[in-house]
Design a protein around this ligand. Structure first.
Ligand code: NFE
Ligand code: MG
Length: 514
């Protein structure tokens, strides 16, 4: 073993285009760089447009989590228009239900279709005898040389039993159907998916009926059954077989959540705040968020600004930079966001519901809460997040009142500023707007993947995923499972962090990352 540079470009089975470069010395990652290779352009497109366009346009940032963007844009506009505290209960509840449906779909997608193949040996499944319908279909694909999503792959570290491999593969197929159910549920209240049409400033446009409530509820109950009896048990099975991954990929140890799902009385299902690795709760002061760009291809003069002052001025080819992703920091420090942060900030706050779920899962795995800062901790937190949201949705949907309004009217002011904070599936999502002459004069989106896959900041501190990689032991440099398992545990979405390419692939610059 000597010194090797492992470059994975692109990292597959994530959303968008990410390059990871790891310097490995004597089997250990000594340095890591995360590079996002699209451009952050939607903010520029919004300048000069009608403020209401923000909800429509920002959803086009991403086809996976458009609902998070419609929610953040709408909360942003609610605040700019001065109607944030006037949203009727039906509007608040339907927003929660639409966002929750999106989160359920997203988390099932992440675990089964983006991550499970790092742990399940599909090639081995092909050698099994028996007359299972999923097995027969996969064999038929293999005979035609069409094993597309399953190969190519890294070879070696697959540890599930034959029965578990076959069962998880069958759940992979079932999960496709479950995602469709969750998207249908979202569409009942959101009009369509992707890019819902009903979440708007003032509430939602949907008129609720008992018919819609029952259509929503039977799908939700089917999903809750899948979460309880398939998803959570599969996460636990993988955690048992790969328990060393409770000690791999810790990251920076600081977690941040905006809190999410407005409850009656201005409370939130998940709490807002920060926590450290000892689960010490911190109050969140939004003024302490700033985006740094020393290592990103943007003008240095824009570095260190709060999003209300933020600007997106590209500088391709900038010396020393290696990513189009900016580096958001809180109080000058590196923070991880995501389901792990969402769940553990509530845990640190002593929230009874969340603590019971986390402690229960950990004790069934003979693990302590220290283990949450890890690859498996992220998967476990995501599954618990799914369960907590789905169970809460079953109560919210029954609080809807068909005869009552879901929306209040508003006027667009000549001048205003706004802020919309929400928990997207992948973590803290913030939108900021400035309105002048009834038009958008500035718009900034700081998305979860901007935090998690950020490059170094102005002080040279690596981003959360970079820190999670640094120090990791790589068993087989030709099959660096550890790297992809760590990166995918963050569920990166580069389309969210940076979102534009030119039509027909025109080259706008060439960059050498060194
Ligand atoms: Ni494109 Fe997104 C979510 C947002 S992540 S998936 O969730 O915002 O950066
Ligand atoms: Mg590390």
């Amino acid at each position: 073993m000597g010194n090797t540079s492992i470059i994975i470009d692109p990292v597959t089975r994530i959303e968008g285009h990410l390059k990871i470069e790891a310097q490995v010395e004597n089997g250990e990652v000594k340095d890591a760089k995360s590079s996002g290779m699209l451009f952050r352009g939607i903010e520029l497109i919004l300048k000069g447009r009608n403020p209401l366009d923000a909800q429509r346009y920002t959803q086009r940032i991403c086809g996976v989590c458009p609902t998070s963007h419609s929610t953040a844009a709408t909360l942003n506009l609610d605040s700019a228009l001065g109607i944030a505290d006037k949203i009727p209960d039906n509007g608040r509840l339907m927003r929660n239900l639409i966002l929750g449906a999106a989160h359920i779909a997203d988390h099932i997608l992440h675990f089964y279709h983006l991550c499970a193949l790092d742990y399940v040996d599909v090639t081995k499944v092909l050698s099994y005898e028996g007359n299972d319908s999923v097995l027969n279909s996969v064999k038929a694909f293999a005979e035609r040389g069409e094993l597309g999503p399953f190969v190519p792959r890294y070879e070696g570290d697959y540890r599930l039993s034959d029965e578990q491999n076959l069962q998880t593969l069958s759940h992979y197929v079932k999960a496709l159907e479950m995602r469709r159910k969750a998207q249908e549920m979202l569409s009942i209240l959101g009009g369509k998916m992707p890019h819902d049409a009903s979440i708007v400033p003032g509430g939602v446009t949907e008129v609720i009926s008992t018919d819609k409530i029952s259509s929503f509820l039977w799908r939700l109950n089917e999903l809750r059954d899948f979460i309880d009896n398939v998803y959570l048990p599969d996460v636990i099975a993988i955690a048992n077989a790969y328990s060393d991954y409770f000690g791999i990929g810790a990251g920076c140890g600081n977690l941040l959540s905006y809190g999410s799902y407005e409850l009656d009385g201005r409370k939130r299902l998940f709490k807002q705040g920060t926590t450290d690795a000892k689960w010490k709760l911190g109050e969140l002061n939004i003024d302490k968020i700033a985006e740094q760009v020393k290592y990103s291809w943007y003008e240095d003069s824009t570095s260190g600004r709060h999003p209300t002052e933020g600007e997106t001025i590209p500088k391709p080819g900038k010396e020393g930079a290696y990513s189009w992703v900016k580096a958001p920091r809180y109080d000058g420090k590196v923070y991880e966001v995501g389901p792990l942060a969402r769940v553990m900030v509530s845990y640190a706050s002593g929230d009874a519901l969340v603590s019971e779920k986390v402690d229960g899962a950990l004790s069934s795995l003979n693990a302590s809460s220290d283990a949450m800062l890890s690859v498996l901790g992220r998967h476990l937190a995501r599954a618990l997040d799914t369960k907590i949201v789905a169970d809460s949705m079953a109560e919210w949907v029954l609080e809807l009142k068909p005869s009552e309004p879901a929306h209040v009217s508003f006027e667009i002011p000549d001048e205003a500023t706004g802020m919309g904070l929400v928990e997207a599936a992948r973590g803290a999502l913030g939108h900021w707007i400035e309105i002048k002459e009834k038009k958008i004069s500035n718009y900034q989106c700081v998305v979860p993947t901007t935090w998690n896959l950020s490059p170094r900041d102005d002080a040279g501190n690596p981003g959360p995923a970079e820190q999670a990689l640094i120090g990791t032991k790589i068993k087989d440099e030709n099959n660096p499972f550890e790297i992809v398992r760590i990166v995918r545990s963050f569920d990166p979405c580069l389309a969210c962090a940076i979102h534009l390419v030119t039509p027909r692939g025109k080259i706008i610059g060439k960059y050498r990352v060194s």
